[in-house]
Structures are given as C-alpha cells and as structure tokens.
Design a protein around this ligand. Structure first.
Ligand SMILES: Cc1cc2nc3c(=O)[nH]c(=O)nc-3n(C[C@H](O)[C@H](O)[C@H](O)COP(=O)(O)OP(=O)(O)OC[C@H]3O[C@@H](n4cnc5c(N)ncnc54)[C@H](O)[C@@H]3O)c2cc1C
Length: 319
C-alpha cells in the first residue's frame, strides 16, 4: 500500500493530524494497534468527562473520539486498525513501515504513538484458551455466541456485555468488585437488559477458571461458549524504540518546535513528542498535530505551502 503520509497512532492527536493531511488533499493511512480509534481516550477513560478541551464546556472522552472520527471522514483516508507498526525503514522515496497486514510506503510519517501501542492485558485465568477467550472488544455481531462470559470492570466490559446481549447472547457480566464503568448510555442499557433477564451480573465474584464450555465463578460452573477477559491495556513503546536513527529522551522522541525528528520526513506529535516537555494534554497535542501534518504535507509535495490558510475560506470536500 502506497500513501502520501502514514500516521502511526489513532489517538486524538493522530486522528487530528490525519484530518489535516486529508484536508490538504493528500492521501493518508492511519494505523493503530487497537481495533478502535481514540488512543488513551477510548482505551483508558471513555466514560470520563473532560473540562479543558477547547470549545467544549464539558465533553466525555468517548464522545470526543466520535467527533474526531467524524471530522476525519474525508476522501483519501485509509484505516489500518488492529495492526501494530513493527518497524520503519528508509527508502529512496520516503519510508516503508512494517504492519502485520502488509507494508505501507509513505513519503512522510507522523509518529503519534502516545505512551506506546496499547495492548490488552493477558487473560491470567487458569484454563484461558480452553474455550474461545478474547482480551479486547470486537463487533459482537461477528461472533454471535449463545452464551458469553464477560469478566472485567473497565468500560469496555460493560459495552461488550450489552453489545453481546443485544446480539442475542445470554451474557454473564462478572467482576471482582460490584462496580461497573461505562457511558451513561451503556449503563442504562445494562440496567434494561438485566431487568429483561438476558444479562446477568455476578459481582463481587471470583473467576477461578475457564474450561471447555464453562466458567467457574465462586465454585459454580456457568455454561459459556466464549469468554471476554477485559482487564485494560498496557502501553508498549518497544516497536517505535526499534526505529533506527530516532533520538529519544526517555519516553519522548526528540523534536524541534514543529515536530521534525532526527529522521528526514519523520515527524512526532502529542504525548510522544519532546517538544512540549511533559505537558501531556490534548490542547498541546492538537497544536502539534496541525504543525506536523502541514509540514509533512509540504515535505511530500513542496508545491503545497506549509501554512494551510483558513478553513473558513474553503468548503469541506464531499466524501
Ligand atoms: C485517565 C486520564 C485522563 C486524562 N484527562 C485529560 C484531560 O482531562 N484533558 C487533557 O487535555 N488530557 C487528558 N489526558 C491526557 C490525554 O489523554 C493525552 O494527552 C492524549 O491521549 C494524548 O494523545 P496521543 O494521540 O498523543 O496519544 P494516545 O492517546 O496515547 O494515542 C496513541 C495511540 O498510538 C497507538 N500506537 C502507539 N504505538 C503504536 C505502534 N507501534 N503501532 C500502532 N499503533 C501504535 C496506541 O495504540 C494509541 O492508540 C488524560 C489521560 C488519562 C490517562
């Protein structure tokens, strides 16, 4: 796959950088290790409300991701979700990135990897794997199990449980603590499905083991066909730390004031960048995104000025 700009990381900063690349009329590929966009906002705190995002008196993190994804619905955008970028190497015309689903060749690259590739925590339950066991969310309709166990107190557990129940499964949602997180909509769906009897909550509970066709909760065998063990995510910087020639300062990639790294045509934005010190905030990350995307656009097509002009003088292209 060939593109003008590759954005590594579909967190808020990567999403906004990809928007700006597409807004400049270029092709952009946006890749993320997770199966859904949003970075920390989607993985770690989709249910929390933020009060310091420009233009919003308050906004739930999950809702902000939806806005960013809608803004990115432009021509020239290709998604590569669920793929960790394993390596980046120079080529005559730019860069080639190694992804599990096939290489991406790009004239410029924006590293928007945040804290690192967000990987689900392993299912550390005896017998995990003796029945289909998943550690991240997925489209419940593609699975359509009859009986499912969802284990976890993270917002993804609540969402997965209600999605599975809506897809027709009988769901047991269980966790160590009797506290489930989620958006107000998902928590309301949870209450409604419990009242209907298609979703059963067992909490506080102890998940002792998984066996073929059953889960053992507090010494009771519960018949299940699939198990979701959702225990959150851990960031992994190792794939990006392996890129030769990048200069690092601890967990930050060293950059100049517009996000240029020590590699030509490779830019860095957001939490991963040294340019804002340890100022890990969205407002600063969005500024990085605008700077790096417009410099990357100029890098791949010198006829495009670095400054994008005012969007208010333009029209949004039809998709
Ligand atoms: C609990 C919490 C609350 C917060 N509240 C606020 C707040 O109120 N206001 C505020 O401004 N900020 C807040 N923040 C900080 C804010 O979330 C971050 O500054 C922001 O998410 C940084 O965005 P990013 O796109 O740079 O990185 P991230 O959000 O970390 O996204 C990076 C993405 O890159 C992907 N990635 C990394 N490496 C690879 C690879 N090799 N291949 C493929 N994908 C890769 C990751 O999987 C991830 O999805 C909060 C953070 C936390 C944890």
């Amino acid at each position: 796959m060939v593109t003008d700009v590759l954005v590594i990381g579909a967190g808020p900063v990567g999403l906004y950088a990809a928007f700006y690349v597409a807004w400049r009329g270029l092709r952009v590929v946006i890749a993320d290790a997770r199966p859904e966009p949003g970075g920390q906002l989607a993985a770690l705190y989709p249910d929390k409300v933020m009060y310091d995002v420009p233009g919003f008196v308050e906004v739930r993190a999950g809702a902000l991701v939806q806005h960013l994804v809608r803004q990115l619905d432009l021509p020239g955008v290709t998604w590569r979700l669920g793929e960790t970028v394993q390596g980046l190497a120079p080529e005559e015309e730019g860069w080639v990135a190694a992804l599990p689903g096939g290489a991406v060749r790009a004239g410029a690259v924006i590293l928007a990897g945040g804290l690192g590739a967000l990987q689900p925590r392993a299912a550390s339950v005896p017998g995990a794997g003796s029945l289909p066991t998943f550690t991240d969310v997925m489209d419940a309709r593609t699975l359509a199990p009859r009986r499912a166990l969802v284990w976890g107190g993270v917002p993804q557990a609540t969402r997965m449980a209600v999605d599975l129940a809506d897809a027709g499964a009988h769901v047991t949602l269980a966790h160590r603590r009797a506290l489930f997180r989620g958006s107000p909509e998902d928590l309301a769906r949870l209450d409604a499905l419990r009242a209907k009897g298609t979703l059963e909550v067992r909490a506080p509970a102890d998940l002792q083991s998984l066996r073929a066709e059953e889960a053992v909760l507090d010494d009771v065998a519960v018949p299940v066909d699939v198990a979701f063990v959702l225990n959150g995510y851990l960031p992994d910087l190792a794939p990006l730390q392996g890129v030769r020639g990048l200069t690092w300062d601890g967990e930050y990639v060293v950059a100049d004031e517009v996000g240029r790294t020590t590699l030509p045509g490779v830019f860095v934005a957001g939490d991963l960048s040294s340019s804002g010190g340890s100022f890990k905030l969205l407002s600063r990350g969005f500024s990085d995104a605008a700077l790096t995307a417009n410099h990357a656009a100029h890098h791949v097509n010198p006829d495009l000025k670095v400054r994008p002009g005012h969007s208010s003088d333009k029209r949004r292209p039809a998709r």
